[in-house]
Design a protein. Structure first.
Length: 293
């Protein structure tokens, strides 16, 4: 099944169309949400507001990755160069991601989804796990162990020159963030409201997203079954599934559709009575339950 089997030529044109102002608004929304959570903690410093900041900022850090993913497909803005610039400096670099490397890897993931050549296969092939192992993995995310492991692996891959090329943009972006935090509330603010969310909640949200998208699918040869769409309420959208990333089946089926149109694609599939064939989960709690063996 392809998009051409489901859409008319007119519908293909409508779904394919990008919007620069919507793309810019989503990037602005991500950073405004981060600033709002940080401001809350600065204005009323406490463990409660810090916990809120960790979850909200960590969720928006994942949101920046989702928006970088949009730029990897040239879907955030009509202009290709603007996609690359925004995806590099305003989305990927602040959370330590390299857009160019990600773009190459991700296109291979779409070409070989759930096949041996899929570079992302290791993210979900080990699922389900024994309940104890899954719990330890989730706790490792929340305590920062996963973040340390990723930084160590990232710094050792490809040699000194390759590591510097990957690290250059993230270092510049985070030096700027550090300076801004130091001006507002001292150098420790950067550690509390940016580094801590990245090392904890962002890692947890990323793992759950990976599990939901391709873990424990029923048929790797069926485009309606080799990835999953997960229902997300408002709380899940804040903490785990920003910018319609939960509609992952629809994204794989129609990779040319901007994220803000994926809900309409989902409605279209249901209207064509394909809901029974689609790999779906009712919530992220359900996904975690499936992953626990």
């Amino acid at each position: 099944m392809t998009a051409g089997d489901l859409l008319t030529l007119e519908e293909l044109g409508l779904f394919r169309r990008t919007s620069g102002w919507r793309g810019g608004l989503m990037v602005l929304h991500a950073w405004a949400t981060i600033v709002g959570a940080v401001a809350l903690h600065v204005a009323w410093p406490s463990l409660l507001t810090l916990a809120v900041a960790v979850v909200v900022v960590g969720g928006r850090q994942l949101g920046l990755m989702v928006l970088m993913h949009e730029t990897a497909h040239w879907l955030l803005f009509p202009d290709a160069r603007l996609n690359t610039w925004v995806g590099t400096w305003l989305c990927g670099a602040p959370v330590g991601a390299d857009l160019r490397a990600y773009r190459r890897r991700h296109h291979l993931h779409h070409r070989h989804t759930q096949q041996p050549e899929d570079p992302d296969l290791t993210l979900s092939a080990h699922l389900p796990l024994a309940r104890r192992r899954l719990l330890l993995a989730l706790l490792g995310d929340l305590c920062g162990w996963t973040a340390l492991w990723r930084v160590a692996a990232w710094s050792q891959a490809g040699g000194i020159v390759a590591t510097w090329r990957r690290a250059r943009a993230p270092l510049i972006a985070n030096v700027i963030l550090f300076a801004l935090c130091a001006l507002v509330g001292g150098w420790s603010l950067y550690l509390l409201v940016w580094a801590l969310p990245w090392a904890t909640w962002y890692q947890l949200a990323t793992r759950i997203r990976d599990m939901a998208e391709h873990g424990m699918v029923e048929d790797v040869s069926d485009p309606l079954r080799h990835t999953r769409t997960t229902r997300a309420g408002w709380l899940a959208r804040v903490a785990l599934a920003p910018y319609w990333v939960n509609y992952h089946l629809e994204h794989h089926l129609m990779v040319f559709v901007p994220c803000w149109k994926l809900r309409r694609v989902h409605a279209l599939l249901l209207a064509k009575n394909l809901g029974g064939r689609m790999e779906r989960a009712g919530s992220y709690v359900e996904v975690i339950g499936r992953a626990a063996g």
